[in-house]
Design a protein around this ligand. Structure first.
Ligand code: ADP
Length: 229
């Protein structure tokens, strides 16, 4: 019932032949926040890019009961909000407000509706005061909030975040952790940030060479793999 993500036997090879995923099974229930741990190159980012169909490997992916396929990918992209590691990849409109409204306009909302919902999302991420500014002039923390606002505006069921606290200073990290804690969506978070993992994670999985090699409590896995900063 509460199963939001069901991944079975996922395999993916990049066009250059690199075998990035070698059979991943993963489930996410409503209310969970799962932390993805693992070394560089272990397949975490490649895995998350499959959750809304940006990459398509072999295996089965079911999101909110819908099997991912060319016919369902549009609907599934509304359910799975992906926040990239590099906010600059996500922010490209002249102003922060237009950026947050961009996805909604693509979904067919009128300009006025899209702006209204986008403004509410900027409010929620604490960045409404930057609405009319150019995204490239924002600080790292503000950019991250702007990128998250653009995703939240579409009201996804699931949030997927790739290293959301990278390059933030300690106050910026704390603010981001507070922001994420207040969001009700189930989450999948790639992070090396011990504090973030412990504050938000209800469970962790450990990626190793394209597979999930361990799953358990966040503290347990962090300790087991000595994944501390
Ligand atoms: P992680 O997120 O855990 O650091 P990635 O998913 O980025 O791991 O990478 C998994 C594997 O796929 C690595 O061997 C990496 O070098 C490779 N890889 C990632 N992106 C590409 C790409 N665009 N083309 C070829 N190989 C890639």
């Amino acid at each position: 019932m509460g199963l939001l993500v069901d991944v079975r036997g996922l395999r993916y090879r990049y066009p250059d032949g690199t075998e990035a995923l070698r059979g991943v099974d993963f489930q996410l229930e409503a209310g969970e926040t799962v932390i993805l741990l693992g070394g560089n190159g272990s397949g975490k980012t490649t895995f998350t890019l499959h959750l809304n169909g940006l990459l398509r490997g072999e295996g089965e992916i079911t999101i909110c009961g819908q099997r991912l396929s060319p016919g369902t990918v549009g609907a599934i992209r509304r359910k799975v909000g992906l926040v990239f590691q590099d906010a600059d990849e996500q922010l490209f409109m002249p102003t922060v407000l237009e950026d947050a409204a961009y996805g909604l306009r693509n979904l067919g909302y009128t300009e006025a509706e899209a702006r209204k919902l986008a403004a509410a999302a900027l409010e929620r991420t604490g960045i409404a005061h930057c609405a009319d500014r150019a995204p490239y002039h924002l600080s790292g923390g503000e950019k991250r909030r702007a990128a998250i606002a653009g995703i939240l505006a579409m009201e996804p069921e699931i949030l997927v975040l790739d290293e959301p606290t990278t390059s933030l200073d300690p106050p910026g990290r704390r603010e981001l952790i507070d922001l994420l804690t207040g969001l009700a969506q189930a989450k999948v978070i790639i992070t090396h940030d011990d504090r973030l993992a412990r504050a938000l994670g209800t469970r962790a999985v450990f990626f190793n060479k394209g597979r999930i090699s361990a799953t358990g409590g966040v503290d347990e896995l962090l300790d087991r793999f000595n994944w501390r900063e």
